[in-house]
Write a protein that binds this ligand. Sequence first.
Ligand code: AP5
Ligand code: MG
Length: 185
Amino acid sequence: MGPRLVIFGRQGAGKGTQCAFLVDHYGAVHVSTGDMLREAVAAGTEFGAQARTFMDAGQLLPDEVMVGVVRERLGAPDVADAGFLLDGFPRTLPQAEALCAIVAVDLAINLEVDEAIARERMLARGRGDDTPEAIEERLAAYASQTVPAIAWFESQGNLVTVDGIGTPEEVSTRLVEAIDRRLGE
Ligand code: AP5
Ligand code: MG
């Protein structure tokens, strides 16, 4: 069984960027709820159309919807064998509690990048939901809804914080060091 990891970090922190490296390094499955929703939008499903209205506004989808999506994905055989790296979930306290009822998480990582740099990175990236209005909405939702989920993992002694500033390679090295140290304990 591979590692079961959660990666937190505000929008634009570089979660997706680092997950591409980390899943390769650890052989775990990248489970990105944002990527899954964008795939549903691209596939033109009814669910995708509903998801799009939330995403374009920078708002979170309802907890029960996202918990259902993640429960199904984590139940697939590839994840059971290889472990997972959850990116974009949980992002509320109810999602965190639901996750821990579904599966035991080995470690949560908080990839820390301040708001000003996260804004710059998102504006440079220019994804469909990277409009100035949606960026502000998403950053505000992070502060009010996701920070309590991070605090919950921390209160359980199951969180490590890693500085996300630097080149992608520097950040990757820091992440692997922090993860290996904690998983080796
Ligand atoms: P999601 O796709 O999760 O988007 P997000 O939270 O806005 O996070 P990002 O993907 O913007 O940030 P990232 O940390 O992955 O940064 P990246 O690696 O791209 O969610 C989208 C939407 O889906 C949500 O708004 C919501 O509506 C919905 N949703 C998803 N999950 C949900 C849930 N659980 N509950 C409810 N709703 C949900 O990096 C950013 C940029 O910086 C890139 O251009 C990258 O090249 C660059 N970069 C990365 N690292 C570095 C570096 N070290 N130095 C310089 N540049 C860098
Ligand atoms: Mg991402």
